[in-house]
Design a protein around this ligand. Structure first.
Ligand code: DX5
Ligand code: ZN
Length: 218
């Protein structure tokens, strides 16, 4: 079953609690929370305070995507605030193994993310340590960008490595996911589809989630 993780980046931030409840009732599996620091990516969003504020509004896992430099300095605060899964960019981690252990020791599940231009080889040694591998299908920083189809090969590559090594992590994709690209990603081996504008910019979020899930073959 393909999971859908609506990204609150495209939601109405003035109504964040209600927006999250809307997609929770609409059939979302995770709530994807994009954290940007204005350094690792050219945009600034939210911090642990907001994660803490939204935590009581849903029982769904909060899937926190850290697009920040020095993630080690903030991981404990995000875990404390209620993040269920914390994903860090390989490109932002000099000592990735240590950072993954820090996430786990903080009590959250650990994810690793790579940008479209980063080869899968860069995370090969970490695959047995993580609960989630997130493959960016856009350059991180903004919602509403176009899907980069070259990443489909990387999804297949990660799915094959997982099978060969008998590992259990989930494969998530993030960026430009809509009804058309959802099927491509699911066919390539993605388990979790992040969708921002394709869910939150639609009037009927339940219908939007159902349509993406249906397209993915759920
Ligand atoms: C981009 C973020 C995404 C973003 C996706 O840097 O990581 O999660 O919200 O937005 P859409 O689905 O609109 O491409
Ligand atoms: Zn994201």
């Amino acid at each position: 079953m393909t999971k859908i993780a609506p990204s609150v980046l495209s939601s109405d931030f003035s109504q964040l609690g209600r927006e999250i409840q809307d997609v929770d009732r609409g059939g979302a599996d995770y709530i994807h929370v994009d954290v940007m620091d204005g350094h690792f990516v050219p945009n600034i969003t939210i911090g642990p305070l907001i994660v803490d504020a939204v935590r009581p509004h849903t029982e769904l896992p909060l899937d926190v995507h850290l697009m920040i430099e020095n993630p080690d300095s903030y991981i404990p605060a995000f875990a404390e605030a209620g993040a269920s899964i914390i994903s860090v960019h390989q490109e932002a981690c000099l000592h990735l193994h240590r950072t993954i252990q820090l996430i786990k020791n903080s009590g959250a599940k650990a994810g690793v993310v790579i940008n479209p231009a980063t080869p899968v080889d860069m995370i090969r040694e970490s695959l047995h340590d993580v609960d989630l591998v997130l493959l960016m299908t856009v350059n991180p920083g903004f919602g509403g960008q176009s899907f980069i189809p070259q990443v489909l090969q990387k999804i297949e590559q990660v799915a094959l490595l997982r099978e060969k090594q008998q590992l259990r992590f989930e494969i998530e994709v993030d960026g430009g996911v809509n009804r058309d690209t959802a099927k491509l990603c699911a066919d390539a081996g993605a388990d979790v589809l992040v969708a921002g504008s394709a869910v939150f910019k639609q009037g009927d979020r339940k219908q939007a989630i159902q349509e993406i899930a249906l397209a993915a073959g759920r």
